[in-house]
Design a protein around this ligand. Sequence first.
Ligand code: SAH
Length: 248
Amino acid sequence: MTFHATVLTLYPEMFPGPLGVSLAGRAREEGKWALDCVQIRDFAIDRHRTVDDTPAGGGAGMVLRVDVLAAAVDHARGVNREAPVIAMTPRGKPLTQARVRELAAGPGVIILCGRFEGFDERIFPGRDVEEVSVGDIVLSGGEPAAIMLLDACIRLLPGVMGAASSGAEESFEQGLLEYPHYTRPQEWEGRTIPEVLRSGDHAKIAAWRKSQSEIDTRSRRPDLWERHEDARVQPASGARRKKKDMDQ
Ligand code: SAH
């Protein structure tokens, strides 16, 4: 099955961009995923092809019109029938590897890229659109965020990464950051590779990696660590865990 991505944007020339090279580019050539870009402006209803208007209540900037967005989303749903519709916005739910895995296992995704001040809020309930953020930063447009989301999904598609890496040990997959990596040379500017990694003792290496992953998660990402600890103390079906999930 081909993962079908439809991107709604005012700048279709930004695609495939980075998704046209390396892993994602090859996977697209092999038909593992398909991309179509839709120009939002094609759904404007006036002769000036206007897509935005001034914010209700006043203030700076311009807002994408709900009627134009809805027509573009309806068109995309006609082409990419089963896929969920996701709008990229800093007001959305932070993107997680778990959500990426769900999306990658599905039929594809329709992504709405914002510009200017963003979207008329009514598009979200009006067209059942999920709001997703790629971090606590503000981009000038949703396109780089869409590329991030697609890149994360594409590398998980069957046959894309190859047998070398299942991705199962990667950061976030176990709720932790991954352990640090090293490669030759053994000594560089006086810094050496941890001795255990050269021991050839696979059990010892696995134990070291697990402990490094825990130490680093604890110090760098106390938020992840807390969630990880909660899940350990309280099995997945526990009431406390359910409440935590709802809080997210
Ligand atoms: N006024 C908005 C920001 C608009 S930025 C606010 O303060 O919330 C313009 C567009 O860039 C947005 O509509 C969105 O599509 C995209 N964008 C910016 N930051 C983003 C982020 N962190 N995650 C996802 N999309 C983002």
